[in-house]
Design a protein around this ligand. Structure first.
Ligand code: UD1
Ligand code: CA
Length: 457
């Protein structure tokens, strides 16, 4: 049976007290609405329909090609919201799976089970319920003496007796499409001035049709986000799920409570993540690495067997066996080739450090291309910016840059060249040449690599 998801995301989310539409608040680093879209796409190959209204332009821009949109204007309740999808879907789908964009913890397996249950139901709808002691303002499920579902009452309209009911409406439903479109026309206006989707349940029961309820085993899945307190609760649960997934895949997480990994991050087996580590965005980490403690990594690719200690990495690429930190910083376009060692208080941006190159202490390297096995002495700076433009620096293989060298770009240091401590290099230094002083002058042609005396490793 063709099943199409209709996701409701038009409400204002007043209780969030936010300028940002509720469904764009991030969870595990991704706007809530994208979690909802992923969920829909995991359940059905049909392109989901997203009902938008409040902040429609912003929501559309974030979702892009991943859904079809219908506009609900004004927003007259969840029943009215679903109705907006009728013209798009009438006769185009057998089942309509409705859920709210503010329930990011729902699992695809659960929605699949909901669809399956409805497929076997002679009646027109199946809904998801949960049993909980804390009602969280959810609608209460009404059942008759035989235990059949006969309606849902919203908290605002519930009597004291109904408020005590522990079976709650999770907010996900699977409808037979032809029945749904007709039923929505019969939904009455609620005392709050809205058309509630939940009233379709009472309509079906009143017609003597069978409503089935699937009860969640894990009530956590139903956490709907209405306030920022709920947002933090959901974030903690999502974080736990993500960490558990990585641990089951062979990653050691020393302290899951203080490890923050966003949804799309990938980590190879036998990697160890130490506490207070944040892995963001499209970060990919290889096998057998040690990351953290106290490390932030964003949109960065890290190879195998790397060590990153107390450092901040963003938009960088590390090949295998790179060892960095503590207190190192990689910015956009930093590329550390295999076996690079980068010690404390260094910063690299838009630069490549060749295989085996060492940069031990207090350096800034920007817009530079550095060959293999170069030694960058303590305090070396690429003076890459003249106030208007950035200029490149090139350093050839096995060069030895003395401590506190200023490389005034554009400038080239030849292969196996050396600079003396404190040199201010304003002109290119040829291969196999020693340059010293301010500004640096070439003073001698090097026959072979001299003993290491003018740089700190
Ligand atoms: C709703 C249910 C309640 C259920 C709870 C579960 C109704 C009437 N009530 O209450 O039974 O227990 O969810 O979390 O359905 N929306 C629109 N257009 C509108 C109104 C809402 O698109 O006109 C969207 C919202 O953006 C939101 C979703 O529908 O994503 C649910 O609306 P919300 O106001 O959060 O409903 P609840 O009060 O949580
Ligand atoms: Ca809600």
């Amino acid at each position: 049976m063709r099943t199409t998801a209709v996701i409701l995301a038009a409400g204002q989310g007043t209780r969030m007290k936010s300028n940002l539409p509720k469904v764009l608040h991030p969870l595990a680093g991704r706007p809530m609405v994208l979690h909802a879209i992923d969920l829909a796409r995991a359940v059905s190959p049909e392109m989901p329909v997203l009902v938008i209204g409040h902040g429609a332009g912003q929501v559309r821009a974030i979702v892009g090609e991943n859904a079809r949109f219908v506009l609900q204007e004004p927003q007259l309740g969840t029943g009215h919201a679903v109705q907006q999808a009728e013209s798009l879907l009438r006769l185009k789908t057998d089942l309509v799976l409705v859920f709210y964009a503010d329930m990011p913890l729902l699992r695809p397996e659960t929605l699949c089970a909901l669809v399956e249950t409805q497929t076997a139901n002679p009646g027109p709808l199946t809904m998801l319920t949960l049993l909980a002691d804390d009602p969280r303002g959810f609608g209460r499920i009404l059942r008759n003496g035989q235990g059949n579902v006969i309606g849902i009452v919203e908290e605002a309209q519930a009597t004291q007796e109904q408020k005590a009911i522990r079976e709650l409406n999770a907010g996900a439903y699977c409808f037979r499409a032809d029945w749904l479109w007709e039923a929505l026309k019969r939904v009455p206006l609620s005392p709050k001035g809205e058309y509630y989707l939940t009233d379709t349940v009472g309509l079906a029961a009143a017609d003597g049709l069978e409503v089935r309820a699937l009860t969640l085993e894990d009530a956590e899945e139903a956490i709907g986000i209405n306030t920022r307190i709920h947002l933090a609760e959901a974030e903690a649960i999502m974080r736990r799920r993500i960490n558990e997934r990585h641990m089951l895949n062979g990653v050691t997480i020393i302290d899951p409570h203080s490890t923050y990994i966003e949804a799309e991050v990938q980590i190879g087996r036998d990697t160890v993540i130490w506490p207070n580590t944040y892995l963001h965005g499209k970060t990919v980490i290889g096998e057998s690495c040690t990351i953290g403690p106290n490390t932030i990594v964003r949109d960065t690719q890290i190879g195998n067997a790397c060590k990153v200690l107390m450092s901040v990495l963003e938009g960088a690429l590390l090949e295998d066996e790179v060892d960095m930190g503590p207190f190192a910083r990689l910015r956009k376009g930093a590329h550390l080739c295999k076996g690079v060692h980068m010690g404390n208080f260094g910063e690299v941006k838009d630069s490549t450090l060749g295989p085996g190159t060492k940069m031990g202490h207090f350096s800034y390297i920007g817009n530079a291309t550095i060959g293999p096995d170069v030694n960058i002495g303590a305090g070396t700076i690429t003076c890459n910016y003249d106030g208007v433009r950035k200029h490149p620096t090139e350093i050839g293989e096995q060069a030895f840059i003395g401590s506190d060298t200023m490389l005034v770009a554009p400038v080239k240091i030849g292969a196996r060249a050396r600079t003396g401590a404190g040199a201010v290099v304003t002109k290119d230094v040829p291969d196999d040449t020693l340059a010293v002083g301010v500004p640096a002058r070439a003073i001698k042609r090097l026959v072979q690599r001299p003993p290491e005396d003018s740089g700190a490793a």
